[in-house]
Design a protein around this ligand. Structure first.
Ligand SMILES: [Zn+2]
Length: 348
């Protein structure tokens, strides 16, 4: 079969090539790939900045935002031939740490977890892949190709769960949510927060086009410019840019008792930033800054329900480009009009 592979750590090493059929040790369920979403992590791996091949191998099959169709469910009867499934990305560390021991691998304490298409396990950008039945999440068949949005939705499902969990520390009537960044994660955050019945605001750099249209179609408000110019102090901010100045402004702008959930991974920021002044603001307003990454099985289940509840036509507009596997290089290039680019292996 053919797969998109990369030699981690070696820039420009990605290629679409023949590889052996998936190893039965990777799981008893055999799946035909339909589509795989591309995200910033894939781009980083292709640029040689991140990623690890499986032990004893030099190349890694790329891809962690999967959607496939069951070809052979194997001996366990929980799945049937033809079911649409998405593969959970992370696997618990082998020690295991206390959190992995209870199935909260998203909260892994020792960093020895593995991840499909990222860290030591092959990903999903191959014509066929295998998975353990307990790590295959069935998606509503009416979602069709939109099931490829499940993995990013799990990230948001966990983040919103974290916000709600933190909110339980005091009496809290949160009404307003600001999402910074209108990329796929930000837009899915806005969608998820609307499903929670919140008043949602989204801020991004662009002033016109698809992103503002998509935000308004959710019944949410769109803003461009600075967080500091907003006419209200948000109860919740879901930060999806990873940009230093946006994070700094968000800490300043979050309302009293508010929760700032950081989901973006960036680097650098503002030099000469007065950290104690920032801390004083956080202290005097009882704020919580909470980081959130990855998702466990509970979030995957909840995300699959949220996705099934969301408006199909709206979700479809998030997929702005579909590329063939042989054109994977085009899929790894981001244009300003792209929201989610997917590599399509087969029809739904
Ligand atoms: Zn662990």
């Amino acid at each position: 079969m053919k797969a998109i592979t990369v030699e981690p750590g070696k820039p420009g090493s990605a290629r679409f090539e023949h590889v052996p059929e998936p190893d039965p040790r990777e799981g008893s369920v055999l799946v035909e790939a339909i589509a795989v979403g591309v995200c910033g992590t894939d781009v980083e791996i292709a640029e040689g900045k991140y990623g690890w091949a499986p032990p004893g191998q030099t190349r890694l099959v790329l891809g962690h935002e999967s959607l496939g169709r069951v070809l052979d469910p194997g001996p366990r009867a929980s799945l049937r031939k033809g079911d649409l499934v998405v593969g959970i990305v992370r696997r618990p560390d082998p020690v295991p740490c206390p959190n992995c021991a209870v199935g909260e691998w998203d909260m892994c304490r020792n960093g020895q977890y593995t991840e499909r298409g990222i860290k030591e396990i092959h990903g999903f950008m191959s014509e066929r892949w295998r998975i353990e039945p307990e790590y295959a999440i069935k998606v509503d068949p009416s979602l069709g190709i939109l099931g490829v949005l499940l993995e990013p939705m799990t990230v948001i499902t966990k983040a919103l769960e974290q916000v709600v969990a933190v909110g339980q520390r005091s009496f809290w009537q949160a009404k307003t949510v600001l999402v910074t960044g209108a990329g796929p994660i930000g837009l899915l955050a806005a969608c998820g927060a609307r499903l929670h019945g919140m008043e949602v605001h989204v801020l991004d750099r662009v002033e016109a086009g698809l992103k503002p249209d998509l935000v308004r179609a959710l019944g949410a408000a769109y803003h461009s410019g600075s967080v500091l110019d907003l006419g209200f102090d948000p109860d919740v901010i879901v930060e999806c840019t990873g940009v230093g100045s946006v994070i700094a402004d968000s800490i300043q702008k979050i309302g009293a008792g508010g929760v700032l959930c950081l989901t973006g991974v960036g680097g650098g920021g503002l030099s000469g930033y007065a950290v104690a002044d920032v801390a004083a603001k956080v202290v005097l307003k009882n704020n919580v800054l909470v980081g959130s990454v990855n998702a466990n099985k509970r979030h995957w289940y909840k995300a699959s329900q949220a996705l099934a509840e969301a408006d199909r036509a709206w979700l479809a507009r998030l997929i702005t480009r579909r590329e063939k596997p042989e054109d994977f290089r085009k899929a790894l290039e981001r244009t300003p009009d792209d929201i989610k680019v997917v590599i399509q292996f087969a029809g739904v």
